[in-house]
Design a protein around this ligand. Structure first.
Ligand code: FAD
Ligand code: EPU
Length: 339
């Protein structure tokens, strides 16, 4: 059990915010994690589990123990003619899992290509893109209960998945550490989702009319690379806010003055607005404030132009929220996890 004291977290968060942790330890197995949770010298410390650090904002140094998840392994649990059930360790890089399954021609997570981060964080906010969410292929996950080190299996109904939501982001936060995730993927009769965003346009541009799983994945990757900043070049955590889900009546009011506003159905008399559009309308797209700003190609992505502090990022996000509230009466909610 190697404990690093006063660990530098700068390279461990894709925002590139300079922060330190009082202590840091890596774990690759349930036993190693259990040992860390039980260690008397660490018992009184606050804990934070970290995967790829691609959805986290440090607004100050972390006064506690960072547990860096490195649980490896991808395996096929069972398989028949229709589907394959795949289990991945929480420390596997999500995109590597996608590439492995796409290479087999297995369907289900091709639209989730190139999402940064690790498998263990995917259930946290039920990652989603291009009309697919992780919950659509989810079978179960294993997580360690921090209070007693017991490993518990959670089935779909236990996880309360919603749009960028789960039990683990709410009531289960700081109570469980996810160790593995199991997904069911299709081997034939794939349910391709190419109707969302500009996937179809991208496929047509490539001269593809009847796409394979790999071709859908490649189209998604190309679209993402054209819009989203690469954290290795420009620090960011993807969408900083969620797309707000609001009552239909509010949408009607906004649509009256702005017929072009993008709106997506959300059921139950609600609709989802595009936060990027709202933020752009308020003049924030490409605007910089000190060392951070809203991205020039995607106003929903807050970027670190270099040397931004977590407090600066937080301050900018407050101003953006206030603008959107004043102009449209809509309350934005942060998607990133704030420490
Ligand atoms: P981290 O940032 O390390 O952690 C996120 C949160 O989960 C933290 O609160 C952490 O404590 C907790 N956590 C991490 N691992 C565990 C675990 N094993 N057990 C319990 N809690 C844990 N997200 C989408 O949904 N769709 C997108 O299209 C998308 N695009 C993105 C594009 C870019 C350029 C970037 C930078 C981010 C994007 N994101 C997207 C956000 C991010 O990639 C996902 O939220 C991802 O799942 C985060 O994984 P991570 O391992 O980096 O999590
Ligand atoms: N838009 C603008 N201006 C902008 C940005 C967007 O007008 O600056 C408009 C677009 O023209 C489009 C609409 O807003 O009509 C939606 O934009 P886009 O398709 O780029 O997607 P998004 O809603 O901004 C969401 C997810 C992304 C995910 C994409 C693709 C959220 C919070 N974000 O973004 O997820 O990759 O859809 O499905 O739901 C993330 O969670 O970190 C993330 C990147």
């Amino acid at each position: 059990m190697r404990i690093i004291r006063l660990a530098d977290l700068t390279a461990l968060n894709t925002f590139g915010i300079v922060a330190t942790a009082e202590a840091l330890a890596r774990f690759s197995t349930a036993d190693e994690l259990r040992g860390l949770l039980a260690a008397p010298e660490l018992a009184s410390m606050q804990r934070l589990v970290l995967g790829g650090g691609s959805n986290i904002l440090f607004t100050h140094d972390f006064n506690g123990l960072v547990l860096l998840n490195e649980v490896p392994g991808i395996g096929v649990v069972s398989e028949d003619e229709e589907s394959a059930v795949v289990k991945a360790g929480a420390g596997v890089v999500w995109h590597e899992l996608v590439m492995r399954t796409v290479a087999q021609g297995w369907g289900g997570i091709e639209n989730l290509s190139l999402i940064p981060g690790k498998v263990g964080a995917a259930p946290m906010q039920n990652i989603g893109a291009y009309g697919v969410e992780m919950k659509d292929v989810f079978v179960s996950l294993e997580a360690m209960r921090i209070s007693d080190g017991e490993v518990i299996t959670f089935m779909l109904d236990d996880c309360a998945f919603g749009y960028r939501e789960s039990y683990f982001k709410r009531e289960g936060r700081d109570r469980f550490i996810i160790l593995s995730v199991t997904l069911r993927l299709t081997k034939r009769n794939h349910r391709l989702r190419t109707d969302y965003g500009n996937i179809t346009d991208e496929l047509i541009r490539r001269g593809i009319t009847s796409p394979t799983i790999k071709e859908v994945s490649e189209a998604v990757i190309a679209i993402r690379q054209s819009k989203l900043p690469d954290p290795a070049v420009l620090g960011n955590a993807g969408s900083f806010f969620k797309n707000p889900v609001v009552p239909e009546a509010m949408v009607q009011r906004i649509k009256q003055a702005n017929p072009e506003a993008p709106v997506y159905p959300a059921g139950d008399g609600q609709a989802k607005l595009a936060a990027g559009w709202l933020i752009e309308q308020c003049g924030w797209k490409g605007r910089r404030l000190g060392n951070c700003g809203m991205h020039e190609r995607q106003a929903l992505v807050l970027v670190n132009h270099g040397g931004a502090t977590g407090a600066e990022v937080w301050g900018l996000s407050e101003q953006v929220m206030q603008s959107v509230k004043e102009r449209f009466g809509v309350e934005l909610e942060r998607e990133v996890n704030v420490v």
